[in-house]
Design a protein around this ligand. Sequence first.
Ligand SMILES: [Zn+2]
Length: 119
Amino acid sequence: MDAAKIRQCEEKLLRRKDQIRAVLARIEKETRELTEERALDWLDQARDVSEVRLRDHLSEGYLDELEHIQMAFRRILAGGYGFCTACHEPIEARRLELFPATEFCSGCQATREALARAR
Ligand SMILES: [Zn+2]
């Protein structure tokens, strides 16, 4: 992968990281507001509990993505970015464009998904 391409992916990753940070901050703020409101009847409270859980679940997904982005930055620094961490072949350019944080080529990704489904 040439340096310009890597630089493009890095910029995409940085933008996505900022986006996720902003969303997480908003989720955290809204969750805090929800749990801080005390003058609620039991029905409202029950609804709020499930909403807080939903928000936790949402945050988890974003945190997971953030972790993948951090790992991609580490691969950029280490010089292994753009290569599949499973088979060490170059990852398809189109795939990196769509998923700059990906660590697998589409073949290895498909294999892993099939294995996960078979479990
Ligand atoms: Zn692979």
